[in-house]
Write a protein that binds this ligand. Sequence first.
Ligand SMILES: [Zn+2]
Length: 291
Amino acid sequence: MGSPLPTWLLGPALLVGSLGQLAPLAHAADAALPASRIQAPALAGFDPITGPRSRLGRDWIGIRPVDPDTPILVLAGHADSQGMNGAGTSGAAVAAGAPPMFPGISDELYWNMVVAEAVVTLGRQRGLRISSYRPPFRTIPDGNHPSTNWSVGRQHAASGGYALEIHFDAWGPDGIGSGLIPPLHRPFSSLDESLAAAFGGFPMAFRGGLGGPRRGIALLEVGKLEGQLERSLRNPATRSDTVLAIAERIVTALEVGLGRSPATAMPLSPPPGGVGSAPPGKGLQASSADE
Ligand SMILES: [Zn+2]
């Protein structure tokens, strides 16, 4: 906090001036665009898989084109901030007394890692230039340490890549819902646009501009970690399909944003019978428990 927002945000060229204040017009930006296959059903801002979408309204549109081979870096939110402020939401289940998905880390980080890994696996299958980064320690108090998500993501974005950090939003009244908090280092891009079309969007200066977006990192809130979404993730019978459906939606949005043709026409639901190739908890294997 403290430093002003980037100056390009203040210029008229890429602000959506004609849309004015969007607080009550959450769908105005979407409505200006061609109908997209990746757009989640707008049932009063509620998605059948990910639950409520952000109702804060979107005051931006991403129109800057990107190279179809833009390298994409996927980060699991809060992977370097366990046991400190900003560890991520516990989720409603743990708050109600359920055991955490994995000892010592927030349930949000657990699901962030699972989804991030599924996105990279699926993205590679689809031929995207996509990789992930995981910090070597789960607690790095200095956000500017060179091995944090922030630092590695900033570097990736500065060199022309797209850095996408996966999050789940807080349960209960503290959470807002699903949506993209766009990166602020450059004018908003077609990748920002397609992710926001698929998940919803937050205002560009959400909370005064968060640390990640100020460094050029897109924050994707998949959904509030509560209710049906959390139950579907926690239930071993529905976990794989749920993770896959989320990853599918993200990867398809990336394909659209990159100007590629989506490889599948079913972004909103898992393939019939499920695929089962997104093993629950696989995202944790590369993470050692000792730090
Ligand atoms: Zn988070």
